[in-house]
Design a protein around this ligand. Structure first.
Ligand code: PEP
Ligand code: MG
Length: 582
């Protein structure tokens, strides 16, 4: 008799990451490859041997291709990794051991490879040496590469029907390769409100719940599941009555959204007549039409990483130009802030390729990566400059921590202009997302045209709390007075210098923080599509003259708990009146 898993309704609590309700089947996203051993027909052995040889050749071609594209622009560690991988792929011992295993044991190439890789690793097992540890990782990486080719992993991971993606974690490189057409929601075991899954859910305007510890234990492919992005809950195999309740809730949310959409063409002005700009955060030009339909006045943050992830080479200038131009054309003359690439941190290249670091968030990330790969950077800047001739484009540098970096970035921009033989007048801004930049904002304000405050990172670096780690998510509190002071410092510096300042971190998408941010002097919000109309609605019900005096004393408080308490008392009744809180 076949043992069947009893389907029971299971409720799992996580962290709400993107609002809404979705009901569909589970699609389990597992980066691990499940390899089973099976015996093959003697007549098929040579075919199997050929299969593994071809997979090795394809892997080699991928690496050589990447190496060629990057050219001399890699450091010693990067070059070492390429060399090590090629050497391993060309190692006669590897191919001999795998093929003789296939022939001797008459088994499938995937399993023969897996066992050979394990054997190779075991040879280094007891050697406690940094170099050897690295080689072990190389063997592991190479094994994974070949396995992916053998199992046609990339092809199989195509999503073909409406599904809810369940994963241990979703990194930007995981999601970059996904066709989003059929994705109705995300549920992950790890993560926090500003981790990639949360941002992705909000920019696609679909529900997401993160930090659901046991999701990978209970969820099975094909299981029916409900994602409640409002409460941070997922329900597996829901009972009929549970499902009906959620269908009703889904309908109510839709109704509420339909009411909000009536605000879309109205100006965002506070009760006392202060005009507030609302822009959209996008990760892909495909999000522009839905943003405009939601009432966005432009794009305040175009994350360009998607062009660089899930591939083994850097995108060429023309490819980038076409993408940026697409965005410009869709926006007509509305503003488009293009942020130069922010890879590193949680946004690594495919298979963790090229950069391997102990502390990626403190390492070769964002502008540091660009300045380390100047040719790649100038190529991106050239594409941005060319697109800027067709619309209202701004360029923004991420993760600036000192004046020198900004000067270097500007030199690259100048070089790109010279190469194009055009003196394009493009506005240049920086993300304020490192405390050092916020503290020196008055100096930066003299040499840039605008600031955009990235609270996702600003908070992570100010509080030394990993933004994607659910274990410390309770410490990641935007109300920390240190965070509020840095925001205020930045806004004041910008106002004094007469430059524009906006906010584009997820804090700006959280309705309970809107009055606070208005009180801190923010007049430009760049938010995810999912929150845009909610944010607008709140702003239209606020009176800045009332808020003005409430906020400054909060900056003097010693803890986020006290800020929260005080805010609840002062702003709570205002939000309640608007109907934002029950
Ligand atoms: C931020 O850090 O707040 C931000 C908007 O950038 P990202 O989330 O892409 O790091
Ligand atoms: Mg950031």
């Amino acid at each position: 008799m076949i043992a069947r898993r009893l389907k029971q309704e299971i409720r799992l609590q996580g962290i709400p990451a993107s609002p809404g309700i979705a009901i569909a089947e589970v699609n389990l996203h597992t980066p691990e490859i499940d390899v089973t051993r099976y015996v093959i027909d003697t007549r098929k052995i040579e075919e199997e041997v050929q299969r593994v040889k071809q997979a090795i050749e394809e892997c080699k071609a991928d690496i050589l291709n990447l190496k060629e594209k990057i050219g001399g622009k890699t450091d010693e560690i990067g070059a070492d990794i390429f060399e090590a991988h090629i050497l391993l792929l060309e190692d006669p011992l590897l191919i001999t051991e795998v093929t003789s295993k296939i022939r001797k044991e008459k088994i499938n190439s995937e399993f023969a490879l897996l066992e050979t890789i394990e054997k190779f690793k075991e040879r280094f097992e007891d050697i406690n040496d940094e170099y050897i540890k690295e080689r072990k990782m190389d063997i592991q990486d190479v094994g994974l590469r070949i396995l992916k080719k053998l199992t046609k992993w990339d092809e199989k991971h195509k999503i073909k029907k409406p599904s809810l993606i369940v994963a241990q974690d979703l990194t930007p490189s995981d999601s970059a390769g996904m066709d989003k057409t059929f994705i109705l929601g995300f549920a992950t075991a790890v993560g926090s409100r500003t981790s990639h899954t949360a941002i992705l859910g909000r920019s696609l305007n679909i529900p997401a719940v993160v930090g659901i510890k046991d999701i990978m234990i209970y969820a099975r492919p094909g299981d029916k599941m409900i994602i409640d992005g409002e409460e941070g809950l997922v329900i597996l195999n829901p009972l009929k009555r549970t499902e009906n309740r959620y269908i009703k809730k889904q309908f109510e949310i839709e109704e509420h959204r339909r009411t909000l959409i009536t605000l879309k063409d109205r100006g965002t002005v506070t009760i006392d007549g202060i005009k507030i700009k609302i822009l959209a955060n996008i990760e892909n030009p495909d999000e522009i039409v839905p943003s405009l339909e939601t009432g966005a006045e432009g794009v305040g943050l175009f994350r360009t990483e998607y062009l660089f992830l899930d591939r083994l080479d850097f995108p060429k200038e023309d490819e980038q130009y076409r993408e940026y131009l697409k965005a410009v054309k869709l926006l007509k003359d509305k503003p488009l802030v293009i942020r130069t690439i922010d890879v590193g941190g949680d946004k690594v290249f495919k298979d963790g390729e090229y950069i391997r670091e102990q502390n990626p968030f403190l390492g070769l990330r964002a502008i540091r990566f660009s300045l380390f790969n100047k040719d790649m950077f100038i190529t991106q800047l050239r594409a941005i400059l060319r697109a800027s001739e067709h619309g209202n484009v701004y360029v923004m540098f991420p993760m600036i921590s000192n004046i020198y970096e900004l000067q270097e970035a500007k030199k690259c921009l100048q070089k790109a202009k010279e190469e194009l033989k055009k003196e394009t007048d493009i506005k240049v801004g920086i993300m304020i997302e490192i405390p050092a930049a916020a503290l020196l904002a008055k100096h930066f304000a003299k040499i840039v045209d605008f600031f955009s405050i990235g609270t996702n990172d600003l908070l992570q670096y100010t509080l030394a709390v990993d933004r994607g780690n659910e274990h410390v998510a309770h410490l990641y509190n935007p109300l920390h007075p240190a965070n509020l002071r840095l925001i205020k410092e930045t806004v004041d510096a910008a106002n004094e210098a007469g430059i524009e300042v906006g906010i584009c971190g997820e804090m700006a998408s959280e309705i309970e923080f809107i009055p606070l941010l208005i009180g801190l002097g923010i007049r430009e919000f760049s938010v995810s599509i999912a929150s845009l109309l909610e944010v607008k609605n709140i702003i239209m019900h606020l009176d800045t003259t009332t808020i003005k005096n409430i906020i400054p004393p909060l900056l003097e408080l010693p803890s986020h708990e006290l800020v929260e308490k005080k805010l609840k008392k002062t702003i709570g009744p205002i939000l309640k009146k608007i109907g934002a809180f029950d």
